[in-house]
Design a protein around this ligand. Structure first.
Ligand SMILES: [Zn+2]
Length: 75
């Protein structure tokens, strides 16, 4: 089964973007690209996929974006 969330790290500003896997696929299918929500860079790399963000609690990605998860989700 496919994971729900896609965690990507920007190659330019190194900030984390948490995206919905399904939506990313849809966006790419429609010919658009995914860019960083912080600086707009297209150099954004896949870091991880997960269905439960709580599982990331111990890793750096979660810690770095902890306060911003809600904000990221509403994009
Ligand atoms: Zn960026």
């Amino acid at each position: 089964m496919k994971e729900i969330y896609l965690i990507r790290i920007c190659g330019k500003c190194k900030k984390t973007n948490i995206l919905i896997n399904e939506e990313v696929e849809d966006t790419i299918k429609k010919g658009y690209y995914i860019s960083c929500s912080h600086c707009g860079s297209k150099r954004i790399f896949k870091e991880n996929e997960t269905s439960d963000l709580r599982k990331c609690m111990d890793n750096n990605v979660y810690k770095r974006v902890k306060g911003k998860i809600r904000q990221v989700h509403s994009i």
